[in-house]
Design a protein. Structure first.
Lengths: 295, 294
């Protein structure tokens, strides 16, 4: 098994056909085919099967892909981490989701004398990272539990809906999910990436509340659409001050009784606390609690 | 960067000694050294503090090792997943063609020693066996498309006559039924299931003598000794090379060229894909969907 074979395998799985994959990788199709066949031969399994013109992963192919992705990711992470050590980035922070990224960047800019390394790694084993000393601090949507690990709530994110003045919900103090029946809601944020949104979508589906969700590609597109329509858009309380979608809109929270809340935890190894950590945490807590919900 | 390099690095890191590591990995110390150096170049960082004979990990090395341990674990998990997948698999491959069962199936089974493949000859209705699940893959001289079954072309078989060089027929480029007057053939016993596939072309009205033997090896030996003829096909022909001073000549009477097809249930397609691909490779089939096709 070679890294190159895994890379090629991943590319074919992602694109679902040899032609696109070979174009993306910059290799000839026969090279690609030979590589996949060699990998299949080594393991004596079929990774793909043909359904019509498409290549589809077999069950065992899916399992191998899962580990192949993890291996390729870890090679990337290793290279990235070593590079950051060489660059003198001694304060090392790992996030499970991008949610808090913008706030942390703010701290980074304000304190350029501290070499900070921030990276987002969904699904990574944070307990391992902290125990091995790969990172000083992690921020994640679940607490990290383990020997010598301290894990504390950092803040609780809640869902807001931006409501235009012309909308019937404009005067509400808080919004219940059922009030969103048959509404159109836009956002750029993807549920896969933001646990709070995933929770929202899940809850809405479970309660069979029909909502027309329209994902926009960029914040600019979102702003344009919001200006022209009286549609709602959802955002998390972290984001509220990065959104400037115009006048005559209020950010109204989803009612706390709906429990669409996401607590983020920060975790560190008690034997290895970075000297700047307390400063960072207090800065972060303050900036995350400034939730001026415009009225 | 290569996975092998990373595993070699892991071994050096665990043993903290180049010599021990090279012993454990069964590689020369010099090649291990080179491998490590190339890795360090690629990462733009030295991974060890060299202290006399020992190698101790530095900060970079410790970081690298943490990730390499995860990578090594995942490599092992792939092996385990593949192993347990293969152990659960049982396959049945059937054909009505004697030569395929006799010459090709043993090679198929030995190509996959860790997988339980039941590959055999049968006279039963293969379509019925596919539909009831007894058979995963069938090789037959007819298509069986329809009702959830898919058939793809495998190869075309040709009946051959094995003729000793001393026989004037050996100079022909093809042999017809009429050429066989006054010839002596060796055959397996009438009613022997080994002769299911090709109906006996020997017409009772022709003056052709036939000697019957109990099994195929005896047929070949007897024919060799007595310079008699026998029928065979392209599948068997490579395995008859050892019988010298004979030529294999196509028998061109009507209907003695058969295309063969692989058939399987469409829903089993992925299960049998590797078997189908092996067979296509064996017969050099270029039709039909395989990964060897662009």
């Amino acid at each position: 098994m070679e890294l190159k074979q895994l890379q090629y395998f991943k590319a074919v799985s992602d694109t679902k056909n040899m032609t696109d994959a070979s174009r993306i990788l910059g290799v000839s199709q026969s090279t690609l085919t030979k590589s996949i066949q060699a990998l299949e031969q080594e393991m004596q399994i079929s990774l793909f099967e043909h359904i019509g013109r498409k290549l589809v992963l077999t069950d065992i192919g899916g399992i191998v892909l899962k580990y192949a992705n993890a291996i390729l990711e870890n090679v990337e992470y290793m290279v990235s981490d070593i590079r950051s050590i060489r660059a003198g980035q001694t304060f090392r922070i790992c996030l499970s989701h991008p949610s808090v990224m913008t706030k942390l960047s703010g701290f980074e800019c304000a304190h350029s004398e501290i070499g900070i390394y921030i990276t987002v790694r969904p699904g990574a084993n944070f307990l391992y990272y902290l125990q091995k000393g790969l990172f000083d601090l992690t921020i994640s949507d679940t607490p990290v539990v383990g020997e010598g690990i301290v894990s504390k709530p950092l803040f609780t994110d809640q869902l807001l809906l931006s409501v235009p003045a012309s909308h019937c919900l404009y005067t509400c103090k808080s919004i219940f999910l059922r009030q969103l029946k048959n509404q159109t809601v836009i956002t750029t944020n993807h549920p896969e990436v933001f646990p709070l949104f995933a929770l929202f979508i899940d809850r809405v589906n479970r309660q069979n509340i029909p909502i027309d969700f329209r994902m926009q590609a960029t914040t600019y597109a979102c702003a344009e659409v919001a200006r022209k329509t009286n549609w709602l858009y959802y955002l998390s309380s972290i984001d509220w001050d990065t959104w400037d979608l115009g006048e005559n809109r209020r950010n109204i929270p989803i009612d706390p009784q709906e429990r669409i809340l996401q607590t983020y935890y920060f975790s560190y190894n008690s034997r290895q606390k970075h000297p700047e950590q307390d400063q960072l945490i207090s800065w972060l807590s303050k900036s995350l609690s400034h939730r001026k919900i415009r009225g | 960067m290569e996975l092998a390099q990373l595993l070699q690095f892991k071994q050096i890191a665990e043993k903290e000694n180049m010599t021990q590591a090279s012993n454990n990995l069964y590689v020369a110390q010099s090649s291990l050294s080179k491998s490590l150096k190339r890795l360090e170049q690629e990462l733009s960082a030295e991974l060890f503090d060299r202290e006399g004979r020992g190698m101790r990990l530095n900060d970079y090395g410790r970081t690298a090792l943490s990730y390499v341990q995860l990578i090594a674990d995942d490599m092992e998990k792939i092996q385990e997943a593949v192993r347990s997948f293969r152990e659960e698999q049982r396959f049945s491959v059937y054909t009505s063609h004697f030569s395929i069962a006799n010459y090709v199936f043993p090679q198929l089974c030995s190509a996959y020693p860790d997988i339980c493949i039941n590959a055999s000859l049968t006279a039963y209705n293969l379509r019925a066996l596919l539909l009831d699940g007894t058979c995963d893959l069938a090789i037959t001289p007819y298509r069986m498309d329809g009702d959830g079954v898919e058939s793809t072309f495998l190869f075309t078989d040709q009946v051959l006559v094995s003729v000793p060089e001393s026989n004037p027929l050996s100079r022909l480029s093809q042999i017809d039924l009429s050429d066989l007057e006054e010839q002596t053939f060796v055959e397996t016993k009438r009613g022997n299931p080994m002769r299911i596939e090709f109906p006996n072309p020997l017409n009772k009205n022709m003056r052709i003598r036939c000697v019957y033997k109990s099994n195929l090896d005896t047929v070949y030996d007897f024919a060799q000794q007595n310079e008699y003829l026998y029928f065979t096909d392209t599948v068997a022909s490579p395995y008859l090379q050892k019988y010298g001073n004979r030529r294999l000549i196509p028998f061109t009477a009507q209907g003695y060229t058969y295309p063969f097809y692989i058939s399987f249930l469409i829903k089993s397609r992925k299960k049998v894909a590797f078997l189908a691909n092996w067979l296509r490779d064996y017969f050099g089939a270029t039709d039909g969907p395989t990964l060897s096709q662009s």
